[in-house]
Design a protein around this ligand. Structure first.
Ligand code: PLP
Length: 391
């Protein structure tokens, strides 16, 4: 059944409400007085090489021409070569589709893989918009609650996969918990989905949302999801790694070994057309041909992770130590995380309650802010900790 977008658009969303509140508060008392940890908008500067590539692209006579729907061949080739170099994936140009950011890629996957009545399994905690993409495609999101350390409960995942399941959606490093999926979990997920595929006589796919792939702090790189399971559709975005969230550029990849590969590729292109994407922004496609594999200076996020995690833990907050992405997940000291988020506002702290992420009782702090904001916010966190007698 088609989604009623008018009714749906009226549904309240904690994050959007908090951002609106924060903007009003900043206008009232000054932006520097509000400690806004609500939005995952990167603050590392865009690399100069990317600026130069954008300037060069602007000189091209064809810069305003739409590219082929699957993307500029030169960019698709550069992406395939970069993935092959880093992960030994064996991809070629035809295996890459350039899309309008991870959101565009995920929406296209959902439209392609789901028919009304179908299910997609999502692992809580998960990015708020997953429900939007899945339900927008007429599907149902089946939630699997996490283990206490925020790693997926793989027995529960196995039980959640049924005849109706078209794909499982994973996100590593994770928004909002910062957790990374270890190699052994990927192996087990692959076993579960291979067995389900054999039972149902069709592939059950793994959609791997990876916009934070380069934001890792304790290891060099995340285990490659695509290498663990042939029926993986990695969904990547340049939003976070190059600090380009407004430019709407990313890609999908598909292994040559994926089940029903050609039909799936045709479906993904058709879904992009049906959603009206036509093709990803030309300027960015031309510019990024020479920038694939590059990142902004991401060291800021490691510094912020260390400062925020150690300071809040010392104050008595119960935090998940983030291994990647730029979010700190903090246990609410009271059951109602929304009420705790409201209490934090008294100290001008904007913390997102976890209800939008498919789990209750937690708060997400986006630490992609200038380090100085964290330093200046620490007395406010301390006062809030004292109010709730955390120590
Ligand atoms: N997936 C996750 C987990 C995200 O956190 C985000 C953005 O914050 C997206 C997807 C969407 O990324 P994009 O801006 O590239 O559409």
């Amino acid at each position: 059944m088609k989604q009623n977008y008018v009714a749906w658009g009226r549904v309240k969303n904690c994050m959007r409400e908090l951002t609106a509140y924060g903007n009003a508060r900043k206008a009232e008392i000054g932006a520097d007085k509000v400690f806004d940890f609500s939005l995952g908008s990167p603050s590392a500067p865009v690399p100069e090489t990317v600026w130069e590539a954008m300037r060069r692209a602007l000189e091209r006579p064809d810069v305003h021409e739409p590219t082929p729907p699957e993307g500029l061949p030169a960019l698709r080739k550069a992406v395939a070569e970069d993935l092959n170099r880093r992960y030994g994936t064996g991809l070629s140009t035809e295996d890459i589709l350039i899309v309008t950011g991870a959101a565009g890629g995920l929406a296209i996957c959902c439209q392609t893989l789901l028919q009304p009545g179908d299910e997609a399994v999502v692992l809580a905690p998960y990015f708020t918009e997953y429900r939007v993409f899945i339900e927008g495609a007429g599907g149902t999101a089946v939630e699997v609650p996490p283990l206490p350390d925020m790693q997926p409960d793989l027995d529960a995942l196995a039980a959640a996969v049924t005849e109706k399941t078209r794909f499982v959606l994973v996100n590593t490093p994770n928004n909002p918990s910062g957790a990374i999926l270890p190699e052994e979990s990927l192996r087990r997920i692959a076993e579960i989905l291979r067995a389900a595929g054999e039972r149902f006589g069709r592939p059950v796919y793994l959609v791997s949302d990876e916009p934070y792939r380069e934001l890792v702090y304790d290891t060099e790189r995340i285990p490659c999801v695509m290498n663990a399971f042939e029926n993986t559709i990695p969904c990547y975005s340049f939003s976070k790694s190059l600090s380009l969230p407004g430019e709407r550029i990313g890609y999908l990849a598909l292994s040559p070994a994926a089940g029903d590969r050609d039909a799936l590729l045709a479906g993904l292109s058709a879904a992009a057309r049906a959603l009206g994407y036509r093709s990803a922004p030309s300027l960015m496609q031309h510019a990024l041909v020479d920038c694939v594999g590059m990142t902004a200076d991401l060291s800021l996020y490691r510094e912020n992770r260390d400062l925020l995690y150690s300071s809040l833990s010392a104050m008595g907050y119960d935090c998940v130590r983030p291994e990647g992405a730029f979010y700190l997940f903090v246990k609410s000291p009271i059951d109602d995380a929304k009420a705790f988020s409201d209490a934090a506002k008294k100290y001008e702290l904007l913390l997102v309650p976890s209800d939008d992420f498919g789990i209750t009782g937690w708060l997400r702090l986006a630490y992609c802010v200038p380090t100085d904001t964290i330093r200046r916010a620490l007395p406010a966190f301390r006062a809030l900790a004292e109010e709730y007698a955390l120590r």
